[in-house]
Design a protein around this ligand. Structure first.
Ligand code: BGC
Length: 783
């Protein structure tokens, strides 16, 4: 169903290698070769630009947005009022090059040699090429770029030009370009919307020798953004320097005497700062910051970068034996997750990371359900920051609940940056109330995996409790269903079915949420009675509320169809005709771009895993046979038009014994962006699917599940790989899991002794100890 792409990048376990420049792939590769450090994100566009350039040059700062009113032709009470759109900030990557008056541009002239390399071990991007100009001058160009992982605000770019067969003049124009990109309006809801240029106020510009600075403010969001650069030129035969200065563009021009065979180098130290409604950052101090930064060379920063990356890979890598293509996909995905993740408790991870402005840079439930598990089991501090972000937007979520006539508690936004609900299409947005339960699930998961009671006491309990109160108001004990607790008029994860009663996933997750809220309340009462009292007073929590949560959880209605032995997705799902898949041409996928929502909604057709996702998240509630029946029923109805789907199908396929299928799905998941399976990676990576990659390996092939506070594994090695190995952080310990065709080994690398289960066998490990178990070859179950 998906368009298969021929990937032109070389397979390499530690990087992306482009050995031939493909102009058509420029926008796609601008995404794939993007870099980030959780705050700054730069698309992988060329320093010198590329004409014609149809796509955004993309410089982004995590959490920095412009707000604009959503204009409805026909509004109604309580619709989301404003959209928050991740801003494209001034582009500081630009360094244009002229050779004796001819502009260097890969769209012209002749490319004699070319290589671009995204090095995932070092987090650097490098290019090296030889180019002959239309008038026949040949030069060698090397560029290197890194966004510092140790210095949140700093980017380094180095270019080196060597005239191979001429002497003359090389002109370098390095700038900060505030000519912010305008996205075009489109019917595709996944793309970004245009910026209102009137919203931007230019505050300051400086072009003074090597030093450049631009400052702007965004009226609608109150953000002040400053960007500045300083340069170090390495030219042996003299140069002159001039500055150019416009309202929103500043540049330094170096005219250098070029000698045949002698390289000319320029290092650009580029910094971005952003604050919301803060005192303006002094331009002077920025200059100092950059001057200090420029005391160190590119190579010195590269060394520090390597140390950070070594730490990351040490904790977070998944090694796959015998399959470089999958290895590349896995590492690429983990690398981009690390690049994209906000690390300050006030920012999060966007659906497209910091690699593109698709979905306007919004944060979704993708974070808690798809991305968080990877960080939770590899770098739990990062996972905590994600949950702290949710706590930071709790007031906005409370205000939103009141707009929806919910008198107590909070309703989290379906999509947002700063906390306000930004979903203009409520049937596939605000109606996805399950986001509250997803966040609670993540808090529970985090608490069980880390044992971090301080977070739960200070923030987690409030998140869980405020979120749980919603269910008591949107659900009810239904006398027509034997007083079971029913929840009407919601949309589950599957966005091809909207506004239904008793969505299985929502009810299942709400049940777990309510149970957990009651448990957390009790825990807080005994763990820190004062904190519990203070919280109860602050949020006006009545003493009977936790009892009601437990009662509602117990009485939760979960749709079940006895005759087929499956869970209907909602009350009406089975009454609908099945979508006519046979008559649907391949180019009509994704359906959302070819059919009115009403056409889709009245059929049995799923965009993504819904019931099947519930089977994973509440795994211990269902038998293998039940999971198999549900999988068999939903899989043929699922288009996987969302990239959040294939990974979940892979995991459940692994569990129920459809090993080949599990691998087929995984191959798509692991290389979703590298092979551009959904044909939209040019607008940004798919971070949820990247998180899903880790889940497929660890929860799918290795069969890891968490029971209370104990881990179990049921591993197998799918055809097409020889084995795999990964590490996990679990309650202060580091555990290594190593699987091959015949053996599974578990080693406790650090920490207190641990007990876990290998299939049904209990395993007890002291530090430094390894236990190895024979594993039988996987038995393929026929579907
Ligand atoms: C999916 C949502 C997801 C969003 C952002 C949509 O296509 O249906 O579940 O949250 O993309 O990734």
């Amino acid at each position: 169903m998906k368009k298969e792409q021929q990937h032109k990048l070389e397979i390499h376990p530690w990087g992306l290698l482009e050995r031939e420049f493909q102009a058509d792939d420029y926008p796609l590769n601008a995404t794939l070769f993007s870099l980030g450090n959780g705050f700054i994100g730069l698309r992988g566009t060329f320093e010198e630009g590329f004409d014609p350039e149809p796509f955004s040059d993309g410089c982004y700062l995590n959490g920095v947005y412009a707000s604009e009113p959503i204009r409805y032709g026909e509004a109604a009470y309580g619709y989301a009022r404003n959209n928050q759109r991740m801003l494209t900030v001034p582009d500081g990557k630009g360094i244009q090059i002229w050779v004796d008056g001819e502009r260097f541009n890969l769209a012209e002239g002749e490319i004699l040699e070319y290589e671009r390399h995204l090095d995932m071990a070092n987090a650097t991007l490098a290019r090296s090429l030889t180019w002959r100009s239309p008038l026949g001058k040949t030069l060698r160009l090397k560029t290197q770029r890194q966004i510092c992982l140790t210095e949140k605000h700093l980017v380094l770019i180095h270019v080196e030009i060597t005239p191979l067969d001429f002497g003359g003049e090389i002109r370098l124009l390095t700038g900060l370009d505030g000519n912010l990109d305008q996205a075009e309006r489109s019917d595709d809801p996944r793309l970004a919307s245009p910026i209102d240029q009137g919203d931007i106020q230019w505050l300051n510009n400086v072009a003074d020798g090597d030093y450049l600075a631009l400052a702007l403010s965004v009226r609608s969001s109150g953000y002040e953004i400053r960007c500045a650069a300083t340069h170090r030129l390495q030219a042996s035969a003299g140069h002159t320097m001039t500055n150019l200065r416009h309202e929103n563009r500043v540049a330094t021009e170096y005219r250098c005497v070029a000698q045949r065979g002698k390289p000319i180098g320029l290092t650009k130290y580029l910094a971005y700062f952003a604050e919301q409604r803060a005192e303006p950052i002094e331009v002077g101090s920025l200059r100092q910051y950059l001057e200090l930064s420029a005391n160190k060379s590119f190579a010195e920063y590269a060394k520090a970068q390597r140390i950070e990356m070594d730490k990351f890979w040490q904790e977070s890598d998944i090694q796959v034996l015998g399959n470089d293509s999958l290895q590349q996909g896995i590492r690429f995905n983990l690398f981009h997750l690390f690049q994209s993740l906000g690390r300050d408790g006030r920012t999060n991870i966007a659906a497209k990371g910091l690699s593109g402005d698709g979905y306007d840079g919004h944060y979704f439930w993708d974070t808690e359900i798809y991305v968080l598990p990877f960080f939770l089991y590899t770098q739990p501090n990062m996972a905590r920051h994600l949950l702290e972000y949710r706590h930071s937007i709790l007031d906005a979520a409370r205000a939103r609940a009141r707009e929806l006539a919910i008198s107590k508690g909070a309703l989290f936004p379906w999509r947002t940056i700063g906390g306000e609900e930004c979903s203009a299409y409520y049937p596939a947005g605000t109606a996805q109330f399950h986001i509250n339960a997803d966040i609670a699930y993540a808090v529970r998961h985090y608490s069980r995996v880390t044992g971090d009671t301080e977070f739960l006491r200070a923030k987690g309990a409030e998140l869980v409790i405020e979120g749980a109160r919603l269910w008591m108001e949107i659900g009810h004990f239904n006398p027509r269903r034997n007083n079971q607790f029913c929840i009407n008029e919601v949309t589950g994860p599957d966005e091809y079915t909207a506004l239904v009663d008793n969505n299985f996933y929502t009810n299942l997750m709400a049940r777990a949420h309510l149970e957990y809220a009651a448990e957390v309340y009790q825990w807080l009462q005994s763990f820190d009675p004062e904190a519990c009292l203070a919280l109860a007073q602050r949020i006006e929590l009545g003493p009977q509320e936790p009892m009601l949560w437990a009662k509602a959880a117990k009485a939760m209605y979960l749709p079940y169809d006895q005759s087929q032995g499956i869970h209907p997705q909602d009350d009406g799902f089975l009454d609908k005709p099945v979508w006519d898949f046979e008559q649907t041409p391949a180019n009509h996928y994704p359906l959302l771009l070819h059919y009115h929502p009403l056409v889709i909604y009245r059929h049995q057709v799923c965009k993504q895993a819904d019931v099947v996702l519930g089977l994973l998240l509440e795994s211990s509630e269902f038998s293998i046979e039940q999971k198999r029946r549900d999988f068999d029923f939903y899989e043929p109805l699922t288009t996987h038009d969302s990239t959040l789907s294939a990974c979940i199908h892979s995991i459940i396929a692994s569990e129920v014994g459809y090993h080949e299928k599990a691998l087929d799905y995984f191959q798509q998941v692991a290389r979703m962006d590298l092979d551009n399976h959904h044909n939209n990676t040019q607008h940004g990576i798919h971070t949820a699917c990247m998180g899903g990659t880790w889940m497929c390996m660890v929860q799918g092939f290795a069969g890891m599940r968490l029971h209370g506070t104990e881990l179990s594994f049921a591993p197998f090695v799918p055809e097409g790989m020889e084995g795999y190995r990964f590490r996990l952080q679990f309650r202060g310990r580091t555990l290594e899991v190593d699987i091959n065709y015949s053996n599974a080994s578990y080693t406790l690398i650090t920490g207190e002794p641990i007990s876990l289960h290998h299939i049904h066998e209990p395993v007890f490990l002291a530090v430094g100890e390894t236990q190895t178990f024979e594993i039988a070859p996987p038995v393929e179950v026929t579907q």
